[in-house]
Design a protein around this ligand. Structure first.
Ligand code: EPU
Length: 426
């Protein structure tokens, strides 16, 4: 079992470079399936999930190569060679490791007329439905059955239609857009997700020859085309990694320049940090976040973009745990995303959960203890909490964090932190 051993007491100081967003790069890679030939994607983070998506694509018959860039940002270039006729089955062993494997469903049904993709289960942040992916594809004309743990979709040719999503689901919007681009006629997706990663995916699809209007708004209109061509494309910067460093700077009373961070992708989160007393400056190269005193408590409500991102909720809870006063944190996206709170309580945090609310009473400092990372973001939140704890905090199951944060240990060290990656019998 791999662990991070984080020594508390250091303020994050210096510069850190953010590469492309995990939650965009994985979808751009899946979208490459829509065009025969070589697609090249830059600023792809060197993380476990990218390795898993590469394996998903290889098993579908693609050639995939990853090459690290030498700029210290933890990213690189991926080249994906897509055959004329990809295979159409994705196994449970890969889907189980990474839910984003489901993003091959839309492109495969659209381009190959069928797909057999294993059903992912829930995970440590709660139940994660697929009903909107399925009903949307059915409206586009696909027949979908669930058998032996697989979703089996068939459609000789999809037809454009009007789709209303009950919730602006990121994954459903992506699967439906990547299916609609090759459908016959016009598809209108209402109550679509508006995340910057959706805008990024649509921009790559347009560069491939798709016709898409309204990306970044709640109504996306897709005019189907006959075929798409491979492109070279650069992934949007990772707003969640950027936000993690920003919150870390505030918690530790540090001073950090986050290179390539896009302020417009973090508006609500940065406003909250300003309310907490931080200095937030937009620079030509990114963002500077600095904090002199103990942060003031801030209430947070997670919502789909442009609301406060659920993926920064664990960091918001960790921040509240060392702020002055009492904060109310409300989680609206996942039913199980407070599960990690028990670990934070082991570090001495004063937190009470009531349904989808957490009441956090701030303490001056936390107290180190062994804790377990239960998912990517909980792991990053616990590491930040370790930075404001007395002593050395061991965060177990480090692999969760590796799924989303390239070169995490190196980047922490670059900001002045004493941190080791250790291995011990699990
Ligand atoms: N939902 C349904 N039915 C559906 C689809 C979604 O009930 O058909 C529910 C889910 O159960 C969940 C909520 O809607 O409660 C949000 O799900 P959404 O589809 O928006 O999320 P996702 O596409 O599964 C992506 C990110 C998550 C991020 C969410 C929300 C990827 C690979 N994952 O998930 O990222 O939290 O959007 O922004 O893009 C992470 O990076 O740590 C992470 C969990």
């Amino acid at each position: 079992m791999e662990c991070f051993e984080v020594t508390g007491g250091t303020a994050l100081t210096g510069r850190v470079r953010v590469t492309g967003a995990k939650n965009s790069a994985l979808k751009l890679m899946a979208a490459a399936l829509l065009a025969q030939g070589q697609t090249v994607i830059d600023e792809v983070p060197d993380i476990l999930d990218v390795a898993i998506m590469s394996e998903v694509l290889r098993r579908l018959g693609c050639d995939v190569e990853y090459e690290r860039a030498g700029d210290g940002g933890g990213g690189g270039r991926v080249r994906i060679d897509v055959p004329e006729k990809p295979s159409t089955e994705t196994d449970y062993d890969l889907v189980r490791k990474m839910r984003a494997s489901i993003n091959v469903l839309g492109p495969l049904v659209a381009r190959c007329g069928s797909a057999r993709v294993a059903l992912p289960g829930g995970d440590a942040i709660g139940s994660r439905g697929l009903d909107m992916h399925i009903s949307g594809l059915e409206r586009l004309g696909a027949t979908i059955v669930s058998e032996h743990g697989f979703l089996v979709a068939t459609a000789p040719r999809l037809s454009g239609t009007a789709i209303w999503l009950d919730f602006p689901s990121v994954g459903a919007t992506e699967n439906l857009v990547t299916a609609a681009v090759l459908a016959r006629g016009t598809t209108v997706i209402d109550n679509a997700a508006r995340e910057p990663e959706i805008v990024d995916l649509c921009a790559m699809l347009v560069a491939m020859g798709a016709s898409i209007d309204g990306a970044g708004t709640s109504t996306i209109t897709v005019e189907g085309v006959e075929s798409l061509s491979p492109v070279t494309y650069t992934t949007v910067p990772d707003r969640i990694v950027a936000g993690t460093w920003a919150i870390g700077a505030v918690m530790t009373r540090g001073d950090v320049v986050v290179e390539r961070a896009v302020a417009a992708h973090l508006t609500v989160a940065l406003d909250k940090l300003t309310d907490a007393g931080a200095t937030v400056e937009v620079l030509p190269e990114g963002l500077r976040v600095a904090m002199a005193d103990r942060p003031r408590c801030i209430d947070v409500v997670t919502l789909p973009f442009p609301g406060f991102p659920t993926d920064l909720q664990p960091m918001a809870v960790a921040l509240a745990a060392v702020s002055t006063g009492t904060a109310l944190i409300t989680e609206n996206v996942y039913d199980g995303r407070f599960m990690f709170v028990n670990e934070l309580v082991r570090l001495g945090a004063d937190i009470r959960i009531d349904g989808h609310h957490a009441v956090v009473r701030g303490r001056e400092r936390l107290s180190s203890a062994p804790v377990v990372a239960t998912d990517i973001r909980a792991g990053a939140g616990l590491v930040l909490a370790g930075l404001v704890s007395d002593g050395v905090t061991e965060v177990q199951d480090a692999y969760h964090v590796d799924r989303g944060y390239p070169d995490f240990v190196e980047q922490l060290r670059g900001l002045g932190v004493t941190v080791e990656r250790t291995e011990r019998p699990g």
